[in-house]
Design a protein around this ligand. Structure first.
Ligand code: HEM
Length: 562
């Protein structure tokens, strides 16, 4: 009956309809669809599989624009659970993301994301607006200089590490870039600096664990942590990594409370006036959250203590939840984007040369012939404010990486069921969304649409982003509205966008100014075959918290001095 009602509602929408008699919100289906998909593909007839496929995680990455080529830029997937609206139309996407009160967070996403406390991404309405006002300013331009400095120091250490390996060969490029992303957040987010070392997750449930260790494990295995009860994870026949995850989940509230206590003690002993708005080593994202929140609480307490929901502060639960969210959202996205970039660099040596040309120009010459100490000294002199704007090609490289490998494959929303259907007016036509809908803006579909990106939409070509003025200065073009949404759009656009750009650009710039990178060839393999194998590795990806390669350890790369 539900399927039939869903079908009738879908027909009323005015968009094409695809029938898929599966409940995509069923927890068992949610857990099993990804691991079982290859078997289903093998045994089901193609026509049946193609319908089932649209219900599986990551279909949009596997098919790029082809499904929308066939069905149109927007279609409704009728399921036996909730109808799904899939959108790869820039104008409609813009509408869905801008109307935040009509298109609200997805309930399933809220449950997963608020695992460790309420936070900005898991809230809507006034609760969201209050958190956004407090959090977004802390992630903006004023942290960029610190992000630049810390990311460069980490990338320098990574270069030293790679060059010291046997002939510069390593399978730890991806784990190294993950470590950089976590260490930059450790410094900029919590004021906890850490020397570079390729990331290895804690695997001993009994061993001592710092906040950052615990949080990286939970961020890595978030979906498991959200779906499987802790008591089951902790069961002694479970794999060690899952037992350690259970231990991290158990310890995190205590570790968070300790960090906040320490922060408050520290703030008391520091002179508040001297550190106002300063990120120079003393204030970090966490201390800013605590300070602004405590300030707002004190100033608002006398007049409207009882009306706390509208006061401009965060509860303790929200501070803990947002610290976790900022780590999860900031770490996984940036780490995986840099990982795809490293693989693409090794696969496309001519793009490396293109980037190095820019770096030599911006960094005052090539690194050829300089000693290691001289290279590090030169890099240290590079000032964020003057050098970063000269690295348009590096930023273009990031945009092109995110175009084809967007960390967040689709932006999810849902609509509340009201008496009157929700309407969307686009292209001189009105569409009707009656009943419940989950709404997905398909980033891969938007980013690979030939109508927007041309016939070479599927080709990795960072040059497409560069425009050159009459004096030969290069800058990165702004794509038409709604066509490129790796950081989302509208009022909920990612507040960490600039931070991730600065981090990506300086990490890639540091590595490439010092080194070149190539795939390690396997027996009998030609260079071209080794590059094709790397690209196939990048295509063999699956969304977990964000899009990730299934076999990152097989990306064996060779780093060499330039
Ligand atoms: C390449 C890196 C990144 C990508 C691709 C990315 C992507 C996104 C996307 C797509 C959303 C919005 C989802 C939606 O509209 O539903 C988002 C939200 C958010 N991101 Fe990022 N992000 C990145 C880095 C970061 C960093 C470094 C931080 C912080 C340190 C961060 C913090 C946040 C927060 C707090 C939100 C929630 C905003 C809200 O709900 O108002 N992100 N991010």
């Amino acid at each position: 009956h539900r399927f039939y009602t869903n079908y009738r509602n879908a027909r009323r929408s005015g968009w094409p309809v695809v029938l898929c008699p599966i409940n995509t919100q069923n927890p068992l289906f949610m857990i099993l669809n990804a691991p079982l998909r290859p078997y289903v593909k093998r045994y089901l007839p193609t026509a049946v599989y193609n319908r089932f496929h649209l219900a599986t995680y990551g279909w949009e990455f596997r098919t790029k624009h082809t499904v929308h080529d066939r069905l149109g830029p927007v279609f409704v997937l009728v399921t036996t659970g909730t109808n799904e609206l899939w959108c790869a139309d820039p104008a409609v996407a813009q509408i869905l993301l801008t109307r935040r009160k009509d298109f609200v967070s997805l309930p399933e996403a809220k449950i997963i994301m608020s695992l460790l406390g309420n936070n900005i991404i898991a809230s809507d309405g006034e609760t969201w607006a209050r958190q956004r006002r407090l959090i977004a300013p802390g992630l903006n331009e004023k942290i960029s200089a610190l992000v630049w400095k810390e990311s460069m120091a980490q990338a320098d250490q990574m270069a030293d590490f790679m060059l010291a390996q046997n002939e510069g060969r390593s399978t730890e490029t991806v784990s190294s870039l993950k470590a950089i992303a976590m260490n930059v957040l450790g410094q900029v987010g919590y004021g906890q600096p850490k020397p570079f070392k390729p990331m290895s997750l804690p695997k001993d449930p009994e061993a001592p664990m710092a906040y950052v260790d615990a949080i990286s494990l939970v961020a890595e295995l978030l979906a498991v942590a959200a779906i499987v009860p802790n008591a089951i994870l902790a069961f002694r026949y479970m794999p060690m990594i899952l037992q350690t995850l259970a231990s991290a989940m158990r310890r995190l509230p205590g570790l968070t409370a300790d960090m906040l206590d320490q922060e408050r003690q520290g703030q008391k002993t520091r002179k508040a006036a001297a550190e106002e708005d300063s990120f120079h080593g003393r204030e970090n994202i966490m201390s800013m959250l605590v300070r602004l929140s405590d300030q707002a609480k004190t100033s608002g307490s006398e007049s409207n203590e009882k009306t706390a929901p509208t006061a401009a502060h965060l509860s303790e639960d929200e501070i803990a939840g947002n610290m976790f969210l900022i780590t999860g959202a900031g770490y996984d996205t940036t780490a995986n984007t840099m990982s795809y970039a490293a693989v693409l660099l090794a696969a496309y040596p001519n793009k490396q040369a293109w980037l190095q040309e820019e770096l030599d120009r911006a960094f005052g010459g090539s690194s050829n012939g300089l000693s290691s100490a001289e290279k590090v000294a030169r890099l240290r002199e590079l000032d964020y404010t003057t050098v970063y704007p000269q690295l348009a090609r590096c930023l273009a490289f990031m945009f092109e990486t995110l175009r084809l490998y967007p960390a967040v494959l689709h932006l999810s929303r849902s609509i509340k069921v009201t008496d009157a259907p929700q309407t969307v007016t686009a292209h001189n036509r009105t569409y009707y969304l009656a009943g419940a809908y989950n709404v997905f803006v398909n980033n891969v579909g938007l980013h690979t649409a030939p109508e927007t990106w041309g016939d070479d939409a599927d080709v990795f070509r960072p040059e497409r982003w560069i425009t050159t003025d009459s004096e030969g200065n290069e800058s990165v073009m702004t794509p038409p509205r709604g066509t490129f949404l790796p950081w989302s759009g509208g009022p909920r656009v990612c507040p960490g966008q600039k931070m991730s750009q600065v981090e990506f650009v300086v990490v890639i710039a540091t590595l490439l100014w010092r080194c070149r990178v190539q795939p390690v060839r396997q027996k009998e393999e030609s260079d071209a075959e080794a590059r094709a194998r790397l690209l196939a590795l990048a295509e063999d990806s699956q969304p977990r918290l964000t899009l990730q390669m299934n076999r990152p350890d097989q990306a064996e790369l060779q780093w060499a001095e330039r």
